[in-house]
Structures are given as structure tokens and as C-alpha cells.
Design a protein around this ligand. Structure first.
Ligand code: NAP
Ligand code: HSE
Length: 450
């Protein structure tokens, strides 16, 4: 297909009065909300930008679907996304996935369009290609909606905290899994039923495995780490565990020690053997009920940022769903539209620090370990020796006798460690499983935030 060059200089001021042409790729949960908001708030947006926005097309996969609820001209829908991106000043990518989205974004930039996207999977897998293309074609690439839905978090990290030094970010950044864990805790609901409800509410990814297995949160951790630590971090660099292994017994065990279970994304600077590096990980963890993240319920997200000068900051809000996510997308559209009007570009990628990304074994954390043990003398000493041999200090130990329905009594040891490297903690758990005094390692969960 031949393509016409953009009529607008990417860097120069656009013609006064001419509407800025917006191409939407995707008219689903988020794209539909964005289309509706641009249509209903057109007057206000024009005042804020200095020029009106005009939707020039909405690319979708299924041509014949009824989309009358969006309140936009049905003529705008097209299945020819490749053609659409060549005639826009701003392309808004909301189709998701990797290959088609990347190729459309690159094509849009080649034709001089700035790009707004919510596609965390693509940014975390191949953000480098997108950033390099944006720099080459002197256009903007904004992606606030890719992390934590409506919550303004990326621009605060990139702009407001640009003069500070971020040391750690702890986030609940996946609405679906928070919704599921919250329902498991408050109503005793099962994982799979609750995921279906999250899908119906528009929170879950097209394939909810991305949510429950932690891929979505890992992508967001990669994006947060890249921005916070001025280093390229991809989803492959992030240690990932999902919530499918979390049992109601784990949630009860957390309650027993004044904690709750959350799927956390943790991005931090850690002192490694060769100096400072980045640790990025996603896994379920117990956090104390007194921690600000413990009160984050349902599909809400929150990001807890620690910076050297600012101290502790908490960003909280709706992390998923059409309208909340569209709010962040619209914010980006207004931002790139303003630079179109005034000329120039917004900030590009900052990856000058190039810190090494450390392995999970080098992360520093605490463990909560439950063991079923023989109820006889010397057991505690044998268990304690394994912790000592691996240089892991025990914080608390509790023993309880659990009586089964058939009257059988079992001894259970619940141990919470002090902070140690994850490698030392895993080795400890492996060794405990081999002790003849330990019948079973019934649960192992990291403890964060205290
Ligand atoms: P969605 O409801 O599945 O919508 C996807 C839209 O893209 C649909 O309109 C679909 O067309 C269209 N589409 C898919 N592939 C296409 C292709 N190759 N060419 C043209 N159109 C195509 O997805 P969504 O929930 O809006 O998510 C969109 C993006 O936002 C994803 O990257 C997602 O990770 C991200 N995001 C979503 C949320 C959320 O809460 N949902 C929050 C933050 C970020 P049809 O309508 O014809 O199927
Ligand atoms: N599936 C994602 C979630 C959407 O549940 O958080 C928001 O990125």
C-alpha cells in the first residue's frame, strides 16, 4: 500500500484552528470509553488544548458489530487500521497484544503521528523500539494508562520526582487479582468464579491468565522500574509469581498474624555484590494491616513510592475499567495535543543509569513458613539449625496443635524470619522439606512492608 506523508510537521506548530486528527485503534472497553469522552467533552477539550480534536476513525476487528452505545458516527469504524494511522496527528493504540500493535505504532510514527498507548505488555517487552522510533521521528510516546489505570503515576515519577532519587516502589497494580484476593478474604469466594466476575466488569485482560499468573503486574513493574531508575527493564527481568497458589489457609494465616495477602509489584534499588542494582519482582505477599496498601480493596490499585528527599508517597485509585483507564488516556491525548499546538516534544526515554538488574536470589525479603512437624522433643532444635545453617535469622516461632475432623492431632510450626536474601530463604525451605522431623512444608509466603 502507498502512503501519503503527514500533512503536519511533527515538531512545528500545527495550523491555527485546524482540528487535531485523532485515530483510535480499538473500540473495546477502553477505546469505547475514550471515543465517548472525546465526543461528549469536545468543547472543554478544545479549550484546554487550544484546538479541537477530531476523531478521524476507529479501527476495530469485527466490522459488523453494533456499537451504537458509543454515540459516535458509525462511518468512523474501519477494519483498515494500517490506512487509518497514516492520516492522524495523534494515534491512540488500544487494541492490546504485541505484533499488530507494535507495527501500527511504528507505522503511525513514520507518518509523523504522536502515539498514546495503554499497552503495558508491548511497552514492557519492547519499549526500546517504540522509544527509539519516537526519537527518530521526533514525535511523542505517552503511556500513563499502561500502569494502574486512572492513577497518575508515570508522569509524577517521570516529571514531579525527576529531581529526587526513588529507592523503592511497592504497588498493587493489577485490579483483577486484587479483586480476587479481596473476595477470597471477605466472602470466601473461589478464584475462578471471581475472575469471571472481574472479566464481566471489564477489569481482566482478554486472556485473564495475564492477570492471575502475574504477567500483567510484571509488565507494569518493568515500566515502573524503567522510569524510576532510568534503566531499561523488560518483563523478562521481573521475577513473577501469580495468585493461583494462594489458598484460603494462607489468607487465614496472614490474618492470624495481623496481615493481609496482596499481589505486590516491588521495584527497588538493592546493594548487590558488585554495587547497586535493581530488583523487580511480582509475587503474593503478606503485609501488615497497618500498612497503607493493606486497605486497598476490590479492583482498586495503589502505588507506594519511597524517595530519598520526598519520603513516602501513596498514589491510590481505580486501576482498571473503561472510564477510569480512559481518563488517563485522555490526559495523555491532551498532553501530546498541547505539544502539537505549541511545537516541540515532551520528554523522551531516560535510560542513562543502566543499572544491572539483579536476580531474585539477591532480593532481600522475609518469609512466613508453616511446617507440619512430628510432635516430639528435638524437633524445634532441628528446624532452627536449618535456618542457622543458611544464615537466616528467625523472628518469631509459634507452635500449635491442629486437630483434624477424625480426631488426629498434628503439630504445626509457624515461623516468621528476619530479612535475608531470597536465595538463603529458598535454600532453607528446600532443606526443611528434607528433614525427617518435618512431615510437610504446608505454606511459604513472603512478608513485606514491616
Ligand atoms: P478490548 O475490550 O478487548 O478491546 C480491544 C479492541 O481492539 C476491540 O475493539 C477490538 O475490536 C480491537 N482490535 C483488536 N485487535 C485488533 C486489530 N488487530 N486491528 C484492529 N482492531 C483490533 O481491550 P481493552 O480492555 O479495551 O484493552 C485495550 C488495551 O488497554 C490493552 O492493551 C489493555 O492491556 C489496556 N488496558 C486495559 C485496561 C482495562 O481495564 N480494560 C486498563 C489499562 C490498560 P473488536 O471490538 O472488533 O473486537
Ligand atoms: N487487567 C488489568 C487489571 C487492567 O486487572 O489491572 C488494568 O491494567
Amino acid at each position: 500500500m502507498t502512503t501519503a506523508p503527514s500533512q503536519t510537521s511533527p515538531t512545528g506548530p500545527a495550523h491555527p484552528g485546524r482540528p487535531l486528527r485523532v485515530a483510535l485503534l480499538g473500540g473495546g472497553t477502553v477505546g469505547g470509553s475514550v471515543a465517548r469522552m472525546i465526543t461528549t467533552q469536545g468543547e472543554d477539550l478544545a479549550q484546554r488544548i487550544g484546538r479541537p480534536l477530531e476523531i478521524v476513525g476507529i479501527a476495530v476487528r469485527r466490522a459488523g458489530r453494533d456499537r451504537s452505545d458509543l454515540g459516535v458516527d458509525p462511518q468512523l469504524f474501519t477494519t483498515d487500521a494500517e490506512e487509518l494511522v497514516t492520516r492522524a496527528d495523534i494515534v491512540v493504540e488500544l487494541i492490546g497484544g504485541i505484533d499488530a500493535a507494535r507495527s501500527l505504532i511504528l507505522r503511525a510514527m513514520e507518518h509523523g503521528a504522536s502515539v498514546v498507548t495503554a499497552n503495558k505488555a508491548l511497552l514492557a517487552e519492547d519499549g526500546r523500539t517504540l522509544h527509539e522510533a519516537a526519537a527518530e521521528h521526533e514525535v511523542d510516546l505517552y503511556y500513563e494508562a499502561s500502569v494502574a489505570g486512572a492513577i497518575p503515576i508515570l508522569r509524577p515519577i517521570r516529571d514531579s520526582l525527576a529531581g529526587d532519587s526513588i529507592t523503592r516502589i511497592t504497588g498493587i497494580v493489577n485490579g483483577t487479582t486484587n479483586f480476587v484476593l479481596d473476595a477470597m478474604e471477605t466472602t470466601g469466594a473461589g478464584l475462578f468464579d471471581t475472575v469471571e466476575r472481574a472479566q464481566a466488569l471489564g477489569y481482566a485482560e482478554a486472556d485473564p491468565t495475564a492477570d492471575v499468573e502475574g504477567f500483567d503486574a510484571a509488565a507494569k513493574a518493568a515500566i515502573l522500574s524503567s522510569l524510576a531508575f532510568h534503566t531499561r527493564v523488560t518483563s523478562d527481568d521481573v521475577h513473577r509469581e501469580g495468585i493461583t497458589g494462594v489458598r484460603s489457609a494462607d489468607i487465614q494465616a496472614a490474618r492470624d498474624m495481623g496481615c493481609t495477602v496482596k499481589l505486590l509489584a516491588i521495584c527497588e534499588k538493592v546493594e548487590g555484590p558488585d554495587g547497586v542494582g535493581i530488583s523487580a519482582r511480582v509475587h503474593p505477599a503478606m503485609i501488615p494491616l497497618t500498612h497503607p496498601l493493606a486497605s486497598v480493596r476490590e479492583a482498586y490499585n495503589a502505588v507506594f513510592v519511597e524517595a530519598e528527599a520526598a519520603g513516602e508517597l501513596m498514589f491510590y485509585g481505580q486501576g482498571a475499567g473503561g472510564d477510569p483507564t480512559a481518563s488517563a488516556v485522555l490526559g495523555d491525548i491532551v498532553a501530546v495535543a498541547r505539544t502539537r499546538v505549541t511545537g516541540g516534544r515532551g520528554p523522551g526515554e531516560s535510560a542513562y543509569a543502566q543499572l544491572p538488574v539483579l536476580s531474585m536470589g539477591q532480593a532481600i525479603t522475609r518469609y512466613h513458613v508453616s511446617l507440619e512437624v512430628a510432635d516430639r522433643s528435638g524437633v524445634l532444635a532441628s528446624v532452627a539449625a536449618v535456618f542457622a545453617d543458611n544464615d537466616v535469622s528467625i523472628g518469631t516461632v509459634r507452635q500449635q496443635i491442629v486437630t483434624d475432623e477424625d480426631g488426629t492431632a498434628r503439630a504445626e510450626l509457624i515461623i516468621v524470619t528476619h530479612a535475608a536474601t531470597d536465595a538463603a530463604l529458598s535454600a532453607t525451605v528446600d532443606e526443611l522439606a528434607g528433614l525427617d522431623t518435618v512431615t510437610e512444608v504446608t505454606s511459604v509466603m513472603r512478608v513485606e512492608g514491616s
